[in-house]
Structure formats: structure tokens, C-alpha cells
Design a binder for this molecule. Structure first.
Ligand code: CUA
Length: 345
């Protein structure tokens, strides 16, 4: 018995030391990260002794009260022990309540509204993220760029299914729910490049649903906003001028690149058919249905399940691209795809 107690105490000390020594998380890049990591350490420190106690009692019982070989008699009748039961209900109740209160306090702190915060809209869509900045004159981007020390309130929406918006370095995570706008606050505190990760299984392309986050200085952020605005104006004024660039933009920013490989757009995903020989396919398939290559590609975007190619299944590609994209965008996209693929010229 004494030996068991000594072993348990040692196991507890070693267990706590290991759990605190392990570097569980990526770098801390938001003001909330420190509080959350501290909460984690407290939870680990509280859990290890309980785990060791339960395991010690279990192992001790198995070793000491084991039936001797050949002993077929009944065990001693047990009627419970009121004192023991009060102890093992009260202590865990107090521990869990204290930890719950502590968790609540931390959550309340990190969710508190910050002075001078700015809104960033996040839109999830199979299988890409889009961001727009209503406070910066509706700047749109497929890369998340944030200014260091500037509090942000994310308004997170989805255009299709459940996704989850996660930036591990910010210790921030929230579900995107169809029909709802979820909100989450964060203050980036470390300059660097991180990743937005989708952490809710949302379809075949789930694992590819990752995008860049860049935390930069306020000055660099302002420069970036200026560039984005200029680029958007440029797009509006040269509409029709630089068709290829616009087609590539639609391809990479509106979700196509998450599933289809295309050398010109440097995408390499294998979830949907590769599009490097789309021109040949469109000519062949189009002929069969009495369509021009462009008509075939357009129909395949609008109704993907009707134009399945070998090795690919129905129901994988979203069927609402005709609604998501404007007719002009689809037109540009089709022209772009045919112009950069084998046999499309
Ligand atoms: Cu979106 Cu997983």
C-alpha cells in the first residue's frame, strides 16, 4: 500500500512536469493566446492527479484483490460507504465548478469588445475562404491581412455547408453555420504569416480549404488596402481588357482551384478532374452533344453532375456556381480555361 502511494505521488509529479514541459501549441499570435495557454496548463495540472488516482486504485485493486487460482467462492457483500461517497462527489463537484468558473472568466475576457475595433467579413464556400473589409471601403481579398495590435471582429458566414474558421496561432475557432452570422474577436499581436484552416469536415475538398493570414504593421496594412483598391478599380476600368488575368482571378478566388489542377493557375488539387487538357475534352464531348467547346464547359460548370468524367462521382462539385458567379464572370472563366488548356486554342 505504501509502495503504491509513493509510486502514485511520483507519477503525479512526473506527469505534471511532462504536461507542462511539452510545447502543445504553435506560436502565440493574439492577445488571447496567453490566457488560453495558461488555462490549458491549469487544466492539465488539475487532471493529472485525478488520472493517477483513478488508475492507481484500479491497478491496486486488480493486483491485490485478484481471486486466487481455484477460488470459486463469492466475493464479500458490500453495502456502500456513505462517507466515501460524499467525499468522491463533493471534491470533483468543487473542482469542476472552479474550473468552469475560471474558463468562463477567461472566455469573457477574450470576447470583450475592444475600443477601435474593425470588422472583417469572412465567407466560407466549398472549398475556399473570402474576406472583405467593410470599414476599408469594401476591400475584397482571398488572403486575410490584418494589422498588428488592431482589434478585429470577424463576422463569419457560409454560402453552403458547415465549415469552421480556425487560426491556430490566434487560438481562435468558430463554426460557420448556414443562415447565421457568427462573431469572434481577436487582436493579432505578432507579425508573421499563418494559416486559416477549415476544421469542420465539409466535403471532399475539406483538407484543401486553407488560406494565408498575414499580420503586418498598421502602415503596411494601409499600403495593402491602397493597393487592393487600386487593383479593384483597375479591374473595373479594364474590364474586357485583361480577360486572362480576370479569368485566373475567378479560378483561384472563387473556389475552382481548391479542387481542379491547372498548371497556369499553379493549382494541383486532385479532387476534381484536372483541367490542363480541358480543351481536348471539351471539343470531344461537345461534338458528341452538338455543343461548341465553350458551350460544353459552360454547361459543365452549371450542371456538373450531367457531365461527369471517368473516376469522378456525382455530388462532389457544388451545383450553384451559376448563382455564385455573374454571367460575365462565367464567360471570362470559360474563355480563360479554354485559352490556357491543351487543345483549347
Ligand atoms: Cu470547409 Cu472543411
Amino acid at each position: 500500500m505504501l509502495g503504491m502511494v509513493v509510486v502514485s505521488v511520483l507519477a503525479t509529479i512526473v506527469g505534471i512536469a511532462i504536461s507542462l514541459a511539452i510545447d502543445w501549441f504553435p506560436p502565440q499570435a493574439s492577445t488571447a493566446a496567453d490566457d488560453i495557454d495558461q488555462l490549458w496548463d491549469v487544466l492539465m495540472t488539475a487532471s493529472v492527479p485525478i488520472f493517477v488516482l483513478v488508475m492507481s486504485v484500479a491497478i491496486y485493486s486488480v493486483l491485490v484483490f485478484r481471486a486466487k487460482p481455484g477460488d470459486l467462492s463469492d466475493g464479500a457483500p458490500i453495502h456502500g460507504n456513505t462517507k466515501l461517497e460524499i467525499v468522491w462527489v463533493t471534491i470533483p463537484f468543487i473542482m469542476v465548478s472552479v474550473l468552469a468558473a475560471y474558463g468562463w472568466i477567461v472566455l469573457d475576457q477574450i470576447e470583450e469588445k475592444q475600443a477601435g475595433d474593425t470588422v472583417v467579413n469572412v465567407t466560407a464556400q466549398q472549398f475556399a475562404w473570402r474576406f472583405d473589409y467593410p470599414d476599408e471601403g469594401k476591400v475584397k481579398s482571398n488572403q486575410l491581412v490584418l494589422a498588428k495590435d488592431r482589434p478585429v471582429e470577424f463576422h463569419v458566414r457560409t454560402e453552403d455547408v458547415l465549415h469552421a474558421f480556425w487560426v491556430p496561432e490566434f487560438r481562435l475557432k468558430t463554426d460557420t453555420v448556414p443562415g447565421l452570422t457568427t462573431r469572434i474577436r481577436v487582436t493579432p499581436s505578432r507579425i508573421g504569416e499563418y494559416e486559416v484552416v477549415c476544421t469542420e469536415l465539409c466535403g471532399l475538398g475539406h483538407s484543401t480549404m486553407r488560406q494565408n493570414v498575414r499580420v503586418v504593421s498598421q502602415q503596411e496594412f494601409d499600403t495593402w488596402v491602397g493597393e487592393q483598391k487600386k487593383e479593384e478599380q483597375g479591374q473595373a476600368s479594364t474590364a474586357g481588357g485583361d480577360q486572362a488575368a480576370e479569368g485566373k482571378r475567378v479560378f483561384t478566388e472563387d473556389g475552382c482551384a481548391s479542387c481542379h489542377s491547372l498548371a497556369d493557375a499553379e493549382s494541383a488539387s486532385g479532387i476534381g478532374p484536372g483541367l490542363d487538357d480541358l480543351g481536348d475534352t471539351a471539343r470531344r464531348m461537345g461534338k458528341r452533344h452538338g455543343q461548341s467547346p465553350a458551350q460544353y464547359v459552360r454547361a459543365a460548370i452549371a450542371n456538373p453532375d450531367a457531365s461527369l468524367t471517368r473516376d469522378f462521382n456525382a455530388g462532389v462539385m457544388p451545383t450553384d456556381f451559376e448563382k455564385r458567379l455573374s454571367p460575365a464572370e462565367i464567360d471570362t472563366l470559360v474563355k480563360y480555361l479554354l485559352s490556357v488548356s491543351e487543345g483549347g486554342k
